[in-house]
Design a protein around this ligand. Sequence first.
Ligand code: FE
Length: 213
Amino acid sequence: MTREHDHIHADDGHDHHHAPPEEVVVRVKALENLMVSKGLVDPAAIDEIVDHYENRIGPHVGAKVVARAWSDEAFKQRLLDNPNGALAEMGVSRLQGEDMVVVENTDEVHNILVCTLCSCYPWNVLGLPPVWYKSTPYRSRIVKEPRAVLRDDFGVAVPDSKEVRIWDANAELRYMVLPQRPVGTESLTEEQLAELVTRDSMLGVGQPKTAAA
Ligand code: FE
C-alpha cells in the first residue's frame, strides 16, 4: 500500500469513496424537491447544513485546538480533563451531542483512532471523515496490527519502546488525538503552530509537519 491512503479500496463491496452514481443524485434531488414543495424542509436550511459540513467544519478547527494546547499549558490541562468544556471555550460545539475525549501522544504512548463498528468520527473538530477511515481494511487491520498499518499504509514508524493505544469511537464517545508538538517550534506563534497540525496527526496515523516544512 502506498502513502496515497485515500485510495485504499474497501473489499466488502461497500466502498464509499467514488462519486455517487447518477441515479442516486437524481433520486436525492427528487426527494429534496418533493419535501420542499410540501413545505417539509426549507431549502435555505439545507444549503446552510451543506455549507456547514463542506466549508465550516474541518481539520482547521482541530488544528486551532491543538495549537492552543501546545501554547497554553492550562488550556491543555482543561482539554484533557474536560474536553467538552475546553472545546466550548473555543466555540467548538458538540454537533451530535457526543462526548469528546482527547488523548495525548507522549514519548511513551502513541494513540490511534478508529471506529471498528462503522465510521464514528470527531466531526466537530475534523470535519468529514476520509474514505480510508470508513474502509473495512483500516477498521479491521488497525486493531490487529497497528504498527504494520501505520508503517505500510501511512509511512509512520512507531518505535517498539512506545505503547500503542487504539481508541474505538462510538455514538456517544468521540476521540481526538493531541499530537506531540514538533521540536524546534518554540518561537512559533499559535497561528503558525496550527499550520503544522495535520488531520492525520489528530487521528494518530500521521505526525504534525515539522517546523522546517
Ligand atoms: Fe461508527
